[in-house]
Design a binder for this molecule. Structure first.
Ligand SMILES: *[C@@H]1O[C@H](CO)[C@@H](O)[C@H](O)[C@H]1NC(C)=O
Ligand SMILES: *[C@@H]1O[C@H](CO)[C@@H](O)[C@H](O)[C@H]1NC(C)=O
Ligand SMILES: *[C@@H]1O[C@H](CO)[C@@H](O)[C@H](O)[C@H]1NC(C)=O
Ligand SMILES: *[C@@H]1O[C@H](CO)[C@@H](O)[C@H](O)[C@H]1NC(C)=O
Ligand SMILES: *[C@@H]1O[C@H](CO)[C@@H](O)[C@H](O)[C@H]1NC(C)=O
Ligand SMILES: *[C@@H]1O[C@H](CO)[C@@H](O)[C@H](O)[C@H]1NC(C)=O
Length: 435
């Protein structure tokens, strides 16, 4: 076996072993009624490997995107940052489909019987399959993304779909919704596939890294960070390190862009920071240098009180979740960056308690100085906000699969995503029945 295929071989071996054992141990609701599981049963749809594992096998086929073979290690968590690390990995957010698949095998309320299930999970790696349309040979047929899956669902055990017209089905699409929202009517080559535009999938719930401004079937869930603790001890020791950390800078921006002189929020941040280097730190992440190297930005984030989260190519950024991990209070410049996106994970009514909001127009056009505004926040308030940020850490992290019982008792990003999905499906099905 060529050595480049070794990580994949191990991965598929683990997934298939876990799949077959989980199939046997899936609790049957009719035999062992577990009150905790009422209304929360999930059935994992059995899909041919072309919808998941084969896509991982093709990890080196998209050089324009990246050779993503290194990132599939540890069920999508990536390689550890160094050999003795327990909680830190070189995680690529696009691997969330693998991470989610592995985690759902540990979900306590799985059922082999689709008719007993409250939700049906499609283990389809939609974002990885999108690569051939976005960067590969199928660039001119991107309106077809998803049709093969739909066809399969109509032909193989069609009664599973038919029971609720697909309203109970959900899947993870580990990219921003924009990448799947190319209008079907476009003739010209245009960015994106049309998965979320296909009427065939209107009824399905899609978990994406960012939703559209007017989402229909998708809901945003946190970008995976690089922190995946295996036990409560590891989580607590990280949190106490964060609490002890000396914050010598007022604010930090970790990212790229803003170099050109066109007026935009990243440009304003850069100019302000260059003038106030005693208060402001910039971690230059251009050319993707930070992507698989969390140490580059986590250390500076630990030394800063506020972390600026301007919109980049799209409104959201992974860095929002990295900064929460570091106890660095996020500063947002538009509501689409988090508030209107991550309602299942970051409580919408509490934004003023854990973040700062400065409309970008006030900075770019109104000449408002971010440093002055942040310096005006009383010390005691900053301390309270940081404590609230730290309380959010478990909600936005994806703990490692196979973690300790004590850690499993605390809902993490995966648990909250599943809870939100089940609530969403329930309300949709109720709406259907009323009609
Ligand atoms: C993997 O790549 C090969 C070569 O490009 C292609 O023929 C095959 O269909 C791909 N498999 C999947 C599941 O995308
Ligand atoms: C980490 O462990 C691997 C496998 O045991 C070894 O090949 C590698 O050299 C180690 N790396 C470091 C930096 O120690
Ligand atoms: C896609 O279409 C464009 C324009 O018609 C054409 O130039 C290009 O070669 C096509 N690409 C592929 C991969 O077929
Ligand atoms: C979606 O649900 C509606 C009913 O709410 C149904 O009429 C329609 O056929 C469903 N779409 C698909 C593709 O099953
Ligand atoms: C930067 O500092 C210079 C000199 O003090 C000042 O003229 C300029 O207006 C400042 N620029 C910004 C963006 O604050
Ligand atoms: C938010 O902070 C305010 C002021 O500190 C406090 O009164 C309020 O209870 C907090 N809200 C939540 C939901 O924690």
């Amino acid at each position: 076996m060529p050595s480049s295929n070794l990580p994949f071989f191990l991965f598929s071996l683990l997934i298939s072993v876990s799949l077959s054992t989980s199939r046997q141990t899936q609790s049957d609701p009719s035999i062992s009624p577990n009150p905790d599981c009422r209304g929360r049963w999930i059935h994992i749809r059995n899909l041919p490997s072309r919808f998941n594992l084969d896509l991982v096998d093709n990890c080196s086929h998209y050089p324009v995107y990246d050779n993503f073979c290194p990132y599939i290690a540890n069920h999508g968590l990536g390689q550890k940052t160094h050999n003795r690390s327990h909680s830190w990995y070189r995680t690529d957010p696009d691997m969330l489909e693998l991470i989610f698949h592995r985690r759902i095998l540990e979900y306590r309320c799985l059922t082999p019987d689709p008719t007993k299930a409250d939700a049906i999970y499609l283990p389809y790696y939609a974002g990885l399959d999108a690569l051939r349309y976005l960067y590969g040979s199928d660039v001119n047929s991107s309106a077809e993304h998803g049709l093969d899956l739909f066809d399969f669902l109509q032909k193989d055990k069609p009664q599973i779909w038919a029971r609720n017209y697909g309203h109970d089905h959900f899947l993870v699409m580990a990219r921003v919704a924009w990448d799947f929202s190319r209008p079907l009517t476009y003739d010209l080559p245009e960015w994106g596939t049309s998965f979320l535009e296909l009427p065939e999938f209107y009824n399905v719930t899609a978990l994406t890294l960012e939703s559209r401004a007017w989402p229909w079937q998708e809901h945003a869930i946190p970008y995976p960070t690089s922190f995946h603790p295996p036990s409560l001890d590891r989580l607590e020791s990280w949190l106490s390190r964060v609490r002890r950390s000396r914050r010598t800078k007022l604010m930090l921006f970790a990212g790229g862009g803003g170099v050109a002189s066109a007026p935009n929020i990243r440009h304003s941040i850069r100019t302000e920071c260059e003038n106030r280097t005693n208060l402001c730190d910039i971690v230059d992440c251009s050319k993707g240098v930070c992507e698989h190297d969390p140490i580059r930005y986590m250390r500076p984030m630990l030394r800063s009180s506020f972390c600026l989260q301007p919109p980049g190519d799209t409104p959201t950024r992974r860095s929002t979740f990295d900064s929460i991990l570091a106890g660095c209070i996020p500063v947002f410049f538009e509501e689409l960056s988090a508030k209107s996106q991550f309602g299942w994970h970051l409580p919408e009514g509490e934004y003023t308690n854990f973040s700062v909001y400065i409309p970008k127009e006030e900075v770019v056009l109104g000449g408002r100085k971010i440093t002055e505004l942040l310096m005006g926040i009383p010390r005691a308030d900053v301390g309270r906000m940081r404590e609230r940020v730290l309380e959010l850490v478990p909600r936005v992290m994806y703990r490692r699969h196979g973690s300790s019982e004590a850690l499993r008792a605390i809902p993490d990003a995966f648990d909250l995503a599943v809870e939100g999905t089940i609530r969403r499906i329930k309300s949709r099905r109720e709406a259907e029945h009323v009609r």
